[in-house]
Write a protein that binds this ligand. Structure first.
Ligand code: AOF
Ligand code: ZN
Length: 362
């Protein structure tokens, strides 16, 4: 007999494994799978970078004949559709797996319940809902796009000791230290897109790429909210548009549109943030990091379109000329809960999450 604690322990390992490729599996969720027999892990895998092969087929290949009579732990319901790979549910049946423990049902309409049905019809014991909250956290971006047809939105803010996010006319001001900055780059790796307003783009001339050794090629799509197309052609963003895509959300008939397009920038003309998020989801993007500035943060918060707030707090004050943060630690909206508290050198970092109300497990 497998005790419930064993199920939780192995599922925890599968979830941890799944996090390894978060953000790197294109439109696919990053799923973790363990093949276990008599308490021994015979195979384990995560959805490959790029989205294929899926986790189960790789874990089964690793377990080989050992999979016969074994238990498979999968963070998401095994797929049942013939996509670019044959269904994982069928592969589990063919390998002689006798028990499958799943955390979450897959909301993808091509799968949604059918994967579990294939397993049950083959006489496999199926258990669902194990460590559901943890799996939902690991799969939150994928679930948000599937269930709400928009990306999961994270708002990142770096706030000084006196509650400021910058200084008028001063360009980029160092609020947090190098460890926090490295952490922001690590966050970017997991994102499908990063967004700033034109105010920030003009003041900071940011590059918004990932600059971590070995991960430079993992930069997300860069989005600038720029109604009047004020983004300068000699900005770092435009100059690097051919290496890492840049999308400007603005009036496609405004002056300068042709020059931006010629420089490799895409212009999309959309009326509001909700339509932008729908468009991103339609393109298969599941996660968005909003990096500033104050007006953009307020607009996302005001529209109820923020799912997570990551608040970095530096040790020094900015003083005179400071730009006030749109949200401080003591006025986080009530619907957000503190989920993580970390330190990066002299900086503190608090993460707040809005209750994620999509429960795909029936
Ligand atoms: C699994 N195991 O590791 C993953 C799954 O485009 P395709 O054919 O690869 O299918 C994408 C869908 O497969 C995706 O929407 C989700 O339903 C499922 N992802 N399923 O069995 C995996 N990544
Ligand atoms: Zn699959």
């Amino acid at each position: 007999m497998v005790s419930p604690t064993d199920d939780q322990r192995f599922m925890a390992e599968a979830i941890e494994l799944s996090r390894q490729n978060t953000g790197l599996t294109e439109t696919n969720p990053s799923v973790g799978c363990l093949i276990v027999r008599n308490g021994q892990v015979l195979g384990k895998a995560v959805t490959a970078v790029g989205g294929r092969p899926h986790a189960e087929t790789q874990a089964l290949a690793m377990a080989g004949d050992g999979a016969r009579g074994a238990t498979a732990y999968v963070t998401l319901e095994p797929c049942s559709h013939y996509g670019r790979t044959p269904p994982c549910a069928n592969a589990l049946v063919a390998a002689g797996i006798s028990r499958v423990v799943v955390s979450l049902k897959d909301p993808d309409p091509r799968v949604s319940g059918r994967g579990l049905a294939i397993l049950e019809e083959a006489g496999i014991e199926v258990v669902t809902g194990v460590l559901e909250d943890e799996a939902r956290d690991a799969l939150r971006a994928y679930l948000m796009r599937q269930v709400k047809a928009r990306p999961y939105v994270t708002l990142k803010l770096a706030v000084s000791a006196d509650g400021m996010i910058g200084k008028t006319g001063a360009g980029q001001v160092a609020i947090t230290g190098p460890l926090s900055r490295a952490q922001v780059h690590a966050m970017r790796v997991e994102m499908d897109a990063i967004l700033v307003g034109i105010g920030t783009a003009l003041a900071d001339d940011p590059e918004l790429t990932v600059r971590l050794p070995g991960l430079e090629h993992r930069s997300p799509l860069r989005i600038i909210l720029d109604r009047k197309l004020r983004l300068p052609l000699d900005s770092k963003l435009v100059r690097t548009a051919r290496q890492v895509p840049v999308m400007v959300v603005g009036d496609r008939f405004a002056e300068g549109a042709e020059a931006l397009k010629a420089a490799g920038v895409e212009i999309v003309d959309l009326p509001d943030l909700a339509s932008l998020l729908s468009e991103l989801a339609r393109r298969g993007l599941s996660s968005l990091l909003v990096e500033g500035g104050a007006e953009v943060a307020k607009a996302f918060l005001g529209a109820g379109l923020v799912d997570r707030i990551v608040l970095f707090e530096g040790p020094d004050a900015i003083g005179e000329g400071g730009i006030e943060t749109p949200v401080a630690q003591d006025d986080i909206p009530a619907e957000f809960n503190l989920v993580r508290r970390l330190s990066f050198g002299a900086d503190r970092c608090c993460e707040y999450e809005r209750k994620f109300e999509c429960s795909p497990v029936s």
